[in-house]
Design a protein around this ligand. Structure first.
Ligand SMILES: NC(=O)C1=CN([C@@H]2O[C@H](COP(=O)(O)OP(=O)(O)OC[C@H]3O[C@@H](n4cnc5c(N)ncnc54)[C@H](OP(=O)(O)O)[C@@H]3O)[C@@H](O)[C@H]2O)C=CC1
Ligand SMILES: O=CCS(=O)(=O)O
Length: 253
């Protein structure tokens, strides 16, 4: 049976680029996301190369996630790689100005959604054993604080620690776990974060050299296709032109 990769958030950015990268290597694709028309477009693009199964799926919907995992057609049931990529940041303003609903959406998607999908696919990965991989997409925001990151960064800190803790429990099963923590990459991420402000997105990525979705897809593919005895625990990657900011000091006028 052909190896398949199960990708959450395949309709845009890293997830879509990963679909293309894994297709190049002959993996069967299980592509998921909420926007069906984008899933169908990607399927049309790639199904000449590899088998493609699309599932309109909101990772926050626990029952739907379970169904998606349990009802994979035979051709796609051999999930060797789970790419837990679906996620978002919202509300770049200071914590004290943010609507609680936006915090809940980030937690429900980046934490609970990722946990839902992991829980649903763990039995399959364990059954297949050595050489299988869970690749979780964290962020530099999970380690490095900055203004406006509040709950987003905290959800990505969860992803890092959950990845390490999974490694401990999965010892002996052969299943690998990696947290990839990217810095600034140009995708629809900022458009989503600013609720559609294209100018803000263009400004953030303008006059510099951000990473591309393809840069991150290449890292996803790399960690998931290493020899079966190797596990990259954490892979932090940034554009050369991005570094940490200094400490901020509050001063009297
Ligand atoms: N771009 C960046 O600078 C960085 C991004 N990241 C992380 O990378 C991951 C991918 O983001 P990126 O590609 O940049 O952004 P995009 O906005 O381009 O893609 C996000 C993807 O997540 C999916 N998604 C969001 N919410 C849900 C949901 N509830 N259920 C299912 N799918 C969902 C979207 O699909 P749909 O809307 O169709 O459901 C979309 O395919 C995210 O986890 C993000 O936090 C980490 C570090 C840096
Ligand atoms: O996760 C995304 C990178 S950043 O916007 O927090 O720097």
């Amino acid at each position: 049976m052909n190896k398949s990769v199960f990708i959450t958030g395949a309709t845009s950015g890293f997830g879509r680029a990963a679909a293309r990268r894994f297709a190049e290597a002959g993996f069967s694709l299980v592509l998921t996301g909420r926007r069906r028309e984008r899933l169908e477009a990607l399927k049309s693009e790639l199904s000449g190369k590899v088998a493609v199964h699309v599932i309109e799926l909101d990772v926050r919907d626990e029952a739907a996630v379970k169904r998606a995992a349990n009802e994979l057609p035979d051709e796609f049931a051999s999930v060797h790689v789970l790419l837990n990529n679906a996620g978002l940041a919202l509300a770049p303003e200071p914590a004290q100005d943010v609507a609680l609903e936006d915090w809940h959406t980030m937690i429900d998607t980046n934490v609970k959604g990722l946990v839902n999908v992991t829980h649903a696919l763990l039995p399959t990965l364990i059954k297949l054993g050595a050489g299988t991989s869970i690749v979780n997409i964290g962020s530099t925001a999970g380690k490095w604080p900055y203004k406006g990151s509040h709950v987003y960064g905290a959800t990505k800190a969860f992803v890092e620690q959950f990845s390490y803790n999974l490694r401990c429990d999965l010892q002996g099963t052969g299943v690998r776990v990696t947290d990839i923590a990217p810095g600034m990459a140009e995708t629809e991420f900022t458009l989503v974060r600013t609720k559609g402000d294209q100018a803000a997105s263009d400004q953030l990525y303008g006059n510099t050299t951000p990473m591309s979705a393809e840069d991150i897809a290449e890292q996803m593919f790399y960690v998931a296709t290493l020899p079966a005895h190797l596990n990259i625990n954490f892979l932090e990657i940034q554009p050369v032109r991005q570094v940490w900011a200094g400490m901020a000091v509050d001063r009297d006028e």
